[in-house]
Design a protein around this ligand. Structure first.
Ligand SMILES: [Zn+2]
Length: 434
């Protein structure tokens, strides 16, 4: 079968993926082990041990969050593993009550308050590591739902070379982060791992000759030698006034956690124009969206053109399990899909016959999900004089993006597909995320 050219290849593939979806059920023998261990600790009235067990296993399974979800007469404990929520085991209401009280007590939440949301964190010392757990409660009709975000410092900062940049994008980024001034925006939909990217860049920039100050909300990880401040909007002190106070501390590099409004954008922009390197984030989907957003926040194009240096749009995708990936025969349909896709992303010069495909296998190591860990895919725009001029001339975002493609812009789709072809992730996963 040959794919008709007019048909949207992405939609066609998405349909194919949905067909296979029910086969991909996360399940592992480990889940039963976790359940047994936690229930035994609870039975022996060792609630601390039970909580430790949950956290240790969440870490072992590379989870970012532990969810306790309440139903009529039971509670489901779920882990978010590589972005996907996985049911691990169930607790009875009685068992949950003990855990809930312990969680609230450990994280200094008020035990007697059950009708309003609360959040705070506690620390655990596990296997020579200090793990912070941020606990948030939400009253639901019967009980309180709890989500624990696991803040594992060991994974917060990784080596810059391990951020999964292709050498071209890496070169662009290395150039922009070593400049003395300019604004670098990391844009992200929720859960796209911006924390790691930002902290890794910061730690690369952080030398004793430079002063690095951050303005965060809240501080998630403690960085060595970086002055981190947390926004506290009490006493009429706004985000903007914090930022101004921070600039009076004579920094070289500042990181503003998120640009939420025009005032923050304006202050951050001025900082960039007055010889500071500014890193910040915006809640947008792509590099093009980011340009649209900052212009729509009424930042004058000529100021934006001078202040902005680089936009990094990123997404996390799941990585193929290295333990159970195997090569497979390709069908005519698959070859045709790849060829179509190559044409769509202007890479038809890559000979599709050289592209190898992988087989769906499952193993215990990836909880029968076929994926293990995650990698990033990127879209990076670095402004050169031509692009700056286009912004100054009030060009449309589309015109700017089209021109950027003549230089070195690689779109997220391209970056993703290149990574799928190299077997880092799968084409299915790229289609799911983009
Ligand atoms: Zn596997």
């Amino acid at each position: 079968m040959v794919v008709p050219k007019k048909q949207n290849v992405w939609d066609l593939l998405k349909k194919e993926i949905l067909k296979n979806e029910e086969k991909k059920i996360y399940y592992s023998e480990k889940f039963k082990k976790i359940e047994d261990k936690v229930k035994k600790s609870l039975k022996d009235q060792k609630t601390d041990d039970a909580l430790n067990d949950v956290t240790i296993w969440a870490l072992v399974l590379w989870s970012s969050d532990v969810h306790y979800e309440t139903f009529d007469n039971y509670i489901v404990v779920r882990f978010r593993i590589d972005w996907v929520l996985v049911d691990i085991f169930r607790l009875t209401l009685k068992e949950y009550k003990t855990i809930l009280e312990r969680l609230k007590y450990s994280s200094s939440l008020k035990l007697n308050i059950t009708t309003i949301p609360q959040d705070w964190k506690f620390s655990l010392f596990i296997e020579n590591r200090n793990i912070d757990v941020r606990v948030s409660t939400l009253p639901v009709w019967a009980f309180e739902n709890v989500v624990c975000r696991i803040l594992d410092n060991t994974n917060a900062i990784i080596d810059f070379d391990k951020l999964w940049f292709f050498w071209t994008t890496k070169r662009i980024l290395e150039k922009s982060i070593t400049k003395k001034n300019g604004m670098i925006l990391v844009t992200w939909p929720t859960g796209s791992g911006k924390t790691t990217t930002l902290y890794t860049i910061l730690s690369k920039l952080n030398t004793r000759e430079k002063k690095v100050i951050t303005l965060e909300d809240p501080i998630e990880y403690k960085l060595d030698w970086v002055i981190q401040s947390e926004v506290n909007e009490k006493n009429w002190f706004t985000f903007k006034s914090w930022l101004r106070a921070l600039l009076r501390q004579d920094p070289d590099i500042i990181m503003v956690w998120e640009i939420r409004d025009y005032e923050t954008l304006e202050t951050a922009t001025n900082a960039s124009l007055t010889w500071h390197l500014v890193l910040s984030t915006l809640h947008t989907k792509s590099a093009a969206d980011t340009l649209d957003r900052v212009i729509n926040m009424w930042l004058k194009p000529y100021i934006l053109a001078s202040a902005l240096d680089t936009i990094i749009a990123q997404r996390l995708v799941r990585k193929i399990c290295p333990y159970c990936k195997v090569e497979k025969e390709r069908t005519a349909l698959e070859i045709s899909i790849i060829e179509n896709m190559m044409r769509e992303i202007w890479m038809s010069s890559l000979w599709s016959k050289n592209i190898k495909l992988y087989e769906w296998l499952w193993c215990e190591k990836c909880n029968n999900s076929w994926y293990l860990w995650r990698i990033w895919i990127y879209e990076i725009i670095s402004l050169n004089e031509q692009l700056r001029n286009l912004i100054r001339q009030w060009s449309t975002t589309q015109e700017i993006i089209t021109s950027a493609r003549d230089w070195d812009l690689i779109t997220m789709k391209e970056d993703g597909i290149l990574k799928a072809i190299k077997w880092y992730t799968t084409i299915e996963e790229i289609l799911r995320v983009i």
